[in-house]
Design a protein around this ligand. Sequence first.
Ligand code: CTP
Ligand code: CA
Length: 227
Amino acid sequence: VAHFFRGHLLQHKKVLVTAGPTYEPIDPVRFVGNHSSGKMGFAIAEACFLQGADVVLVAGPSSEKLNYDEIKRINITTANEMLEQCKTEAPTADIIIMNAAVADFTPVQQATQKIKKEKSESEWQLTLVKTTDILALLGHSKLPHQYVMGFALETENELKNSLEKLNAKKIDSIVLNSLNNAHAGFGFDTNQVTIISKNGNQEVVPLKSKTEVAKEIVVFISKEINA
Ligand code: CTP
Ligand code: CA
């Protein structure tokens, strides 16, 4: 893909994007994870690059590949590693787009050796502790010139819950992933979203490829930062 013709919507902007799932280790061979493929976040990183931005992608375990070597990809595994990389990269970012499906809970302790089933009865309890909400942390510590976008995955009360997340995390906008469409969400190449800004702007993006959805997200952000 030729990219000598890059747009200028995000020229001179540093964008931090998170993508993919996180894996929270239980023991050396097992983890707690989720079905995120990373496709949407990778598409967003590329769409930002193609509009002139300097892009850093903090990615959880994903088989996705980037088409542009100029994008700085930082691979992490756990929510805590994602937090550390975001803390390093966020202060110099102008735009932060948190698409990752970060684990909300992680095992309290990680066994150093494989946990053996013989040591347990028929039931076995795994104790989890809450992870830091990276988006909320960056939203609350947002610098004056920064624009922070989050994502929301809901199975009920979609708009109400998304707005609550937007307000609670003190962010500029939130992208609601619609699970009402059979071709949207985890693993699919297509997605259907609603972008909601704190200013009340709402944009319904109909079902299209994640590459096209990513372009719409970039256009939405560029309008907001230039408003
Ligand atoms: N997020 C994050 N760090 C976490 C958990 C979530 O940065 N530890 C971010 C996600 O990247 C996403 C947003 O928060 O941008 C919303 O994630 P979501 O799972 O929809 O909401 P939660 O606030 O985690 O609440 P819940 O899962 O209970 O709906
Ligand atoms: Ca969550």
